[in-house]
Design a protein around this ligand. Structure first.
Ligand code: GDP
Length: 295
């Protein structure tokens, strides 16, 4: 049977409650259960270990040992810890500039183009004049996909199908946005199936030239540990501003959110919860994600 973190925690806490006096050994047993559960929720092994060590310190340092309800107190410590580790408060998405330029990066298949469409729709609904830019010079299908999203959302899409230079396309798009009075430009870039040098160099060059107000890294939450490694590599090269976690409508419990936040120390700004355009894009709330990881 599928056993989620709260079930495990309940069991572990019951063990605590069963004891007349709660000792360090009981705490250690509970913490071990928490670690196992974090691993099941897809939290990176090293990070799960660090977190549980911190939880142990906190539990031992607090009055959890003498609390009337040690179980509840333990659960609160874990939930607060996870929330804290994911940034505590929500980090709002507020790009600046005229127009405000947002660069979207990530591997092929991560959900970049879909997110670009969704973000365009969201900003349009907020009354912004939005331009989406197709900078994938390798896959005509990616340009078609963005154009379709533009048609579905009523947001203008800038393309240069014959131009193979993404830096030029992005520059021209921004000039076009200025001329046509756009307040937001969202630049979708080419991704590949795995991190490669040419892709990185290309996105770096685009970033250096257009100086976006925000660079968002899009990552598939279903890819587990790979998500963390990819985030690390992209961050080292791009020093991005925020993360978009996609495909959270699947059965992942979202441990990747915790691992990524911990490894790259950048806020998660959005989560994507489906292929459809409407009602599937949410701002990231650390406390809600902590609850989700807890099951
Ligand atoms: P890109 O290659 O990074 O631009 O990725 P796409 O935007 O083309 O998305 C790849 C696939 O994932 C497509 O089939 C999308 O419909 C799907 N997709 C994108 N975001 C989500 C999401 O949040 N949930 C689910 N279930 N599918 C998604």
């Amino acid at each position: 049977m599928f056993d989620n973190l709260s079930d495990k925690l309940d069991r572990a806490v019951k063990n605590l409650k069963g004891e007349g006096r709660i000792s360090e050994i009981n705490v250690a047993t509970t913490v071990k259960e928490i670690r196992k559960a974090l691993l099941d929720a897809d939290v990176n092994f090293k990070i799960a270990k660090q977190i549980t060590n911190e939880i142990r310190e906190e539990a031992l340092g607090s009055n959890v040992l003498t609390a009337v309800s040690p179980g509840q107190m333990f659960t609160k410590i874990v939930s607060d810890k996870l929330t804290d580790l994911m940034g505590g408060e929500m980090t709002p998405f507020r790009p600046t500039g005229t127009p405000a330029v947002v660069l979207i990066a990530g591997l092929q298949g991560s959900g970049k183009t879909t997110f670009t469409g969704k973000l365009g729709l969201r900003l349009k609904k907020q009354g912004k004049q939005v331009l989406l830019v197709a900078c994938d010079v390798y896959r005509p299908a990616a340009i078609d996909q963005l154009e379709t999203l533009g048609e579905q959302t009523g947001v203008e899409v800038y393309t240069e199908r014959e131009n193979k230079n993404p830096v030029e396309i992005a520059q021209n798009a921004i000039a076009h946005a200025k001329k046509t009075g756009k307040s937001m430009v969202i630049v979708d870039t080419a991704g590949r199936l795995a991190v490669d040098e040419q892709m990185m160099k290309e996105i770096e060059a685009v970033k250096q030239t257009i100086e976006p107000s925000e660079t968002l890294f899009v990552v598939d939450s279903m890819t587990g540990q790979d998500a963390v490694n990819t985030a690390k590599t992209f961050n080292e090269r791009l020093n991005f501003d925020g993360v978009v976690l996609t495909k959270l409508d699947g059965d992942t419990r979202g441990g990747a959110a915790l691992s990524i936040r911990r490894v790259v120390e950048k806020p998660i700004k959005f989560i994507s919860l489906g292929e459809k355009l409407e009602n599937t894009l949410e701002e990231f709330h650390p406390d809600r994600m902590a609850q989700r990881i807890l099951g």
